[in-house]
Ligand binder design. Sequence first.
Ligand code: IVH
Length: 686
Amino acid sequence: MRQDSLFHDLPPPSKIRQADEDRLAILKTQIRHHDHLYYVKDRPEISDGEYDRLFRELLDLELKYPDLVTSDSPTQRVGAPPLDELGKIPHERPMLSLDSLMDPEEVLAFHQRVKRELETEQIEYTIEPKFDGLSVELVYDRGAFVRGATRGDGTTGEDVTMNLRTIRALPLQLQTDTYPEHLVMRGEVYMRLSDFHALNRRMTERGDDAFANPRNAAAGSLRQLDSRITVSRPLVVTCYEVMAMTGPLPSTHWDELERLAEWGLPVPMLRRRCETIDQVLAFHRETQERRDHLPYEIDGVVVKINRVDWQNRLGMKSRSPRWAIAFKFPPRKEVTEVQDIAISVGRTGTLTPLALLRPVEVGGVTISRATLHNADEVARKDIRVGDTVRVERAGDVIPAIAERIPVSGQIRPEPFLMPQHCPICGSAVARDGAYYYCTGQAGCPAQLKGAIEHFASKTALNIDGLGKKTVAQLVDQGLVKDLSDLYRLRHEQLLKLEGFAERSSTLLLEAIARSKAVQLERFLMGLGIRQVGQHIAKVLAREFGSLHAIMTADRNQFQAIREIGPETSESLVSYFQEQSNRRVIDQLQQLGVSIMETPLPQRHTPLPFSGKTFVFTGGLSSFSRDEAKALVERLGALVASSVSKKTTYVVAGTEAGSKLEQARKLGVQILDEEGFKNVINSSEKP
Ligand code: IVH
């Protein structure tokens, strides 16, 4: 009996299973809920110990009932063996980038433009932080996370589904049952700063290389072939854009984000809706002030037009939407030390001081040198070896020293002085204002190398295969002493150079031979005349048409051209006066370099009759009145119907009337038909 009753007190196996199944479902929901509170809301409600107990209990139950393990279970965030390589996934929609602006003026201009295009006065914006991580595409089918990819080239990305599954902030199953059948989103994967530092500590303790910045750490972790490694990397994700979805679409970006949040997805917490552009600017300022106190890196804010129909109306450009911009923060600055000041010699002989720095990371890039521009700049900033300085970096711009930070009690060496001799060739250094030049010209290997690289560059003679390294060899081996030597190079000479074989030598010689037929503007540009870049070279070719005309022009002729100022004129005249330059040009031509003159139709020499006014009276025998008019107008003149003091010429034919009288009275020059023809003929001569 007792046995029986005991037996009866125990539920039957099917009931036990049912209870376990229920418990398992509750555990999954609870863990998901706490993951969400912890990773998305940043507001945990239970201790780590309690969380671990729930997790253990779930693991035990799943061990007992392997058939109850579903792919969306919190225990299944790592479920795949390591891969050989990441697969490719075509994006459902192109993943665009954003236009970056930094200046509030530009943001105001953006606002004006969209107001004009949308023909409205009021535009509501949603603003979010610009997370500094890597962009991913996330796809949910019937609420289940099915795949995710990196941005890749914007059209196809790498399949990082398994690695994304390890990110606890990312729900494997959406909550509530209002989610769409199909949902494609874009978000950013990044690493919190504290997690990044802890990870780097662990890495270095193990003897592994530390990551340079949180962004690299996030990228390296997400693009792992083994998701068991990714799971140990503390990544987070935030969703900021619906790229496609089935069912009714929210009408604003703000509502989109609210819906995503309802489904349990992480969305930007710092978002704000702004009704005026001033609010946008204020949010940018406030966020910038908070930047250093945020637990993750951001590099600006993203400003998006809120209404989705307006977004659609504005559409997109080739690579970025026209309804959103990245409003970036100014570059970050870092402090480091000047270990030495070196001098580099450029192709025109300019000596540029360079600060060699104790390597420091500024906004994700390690910087070990910064240009000091010129001697005045060094003096103005008073930079000396051993100084503590603040370096800054803006976008891709070369790093610069923003300022010196005085350190009290520090004994500093004497102020930096420019050398009196070129550090490369030893020639005397000359000075022109803030600039110092090596006087060695083509005799200075640094200048010669620079000049040849410039001559061979894409926008000049475009000699393929004549890069920095080859140029250095040609100069160092004494094969090229001036530009013309390039056209004297022989196959067997090239073969002796390191890295050159039959084929590469032939290719280089062919490329050099091809460059012999060259347009005037490219040739001019290639000469490397100070102040003469691509634009001025074009202007000169257009105005003068031939190299001969340019070489024989004087200062005034150059300066008569709007785009050319006194300095450029001076530089041109002195370049072509220099005997050695004329000799090289002469030799280049003798060696077969043929400079194609700029055809007349492209030339816009100021018209010979610009500013002159003609008045016609009486009949001409060789032209009709209209022909004569057209002729002088083509030459730039104005034709008036009455004579005034401003009239330049009165052309008097047969039976001239009162206009002739008037001209005499005012002392205006009078031309008969013969005189008229002479004036025209002389104007048409070059
Ligand atoms: S929206 C079509 N929102 O910034 C618009 N992008 O230069 C898609 N980013 O590659 C982008 N935070 O990786 C958007 N709140 C945010 C963002 C954000 C960071 C990144 C994104 C993109 C880059 C644009």
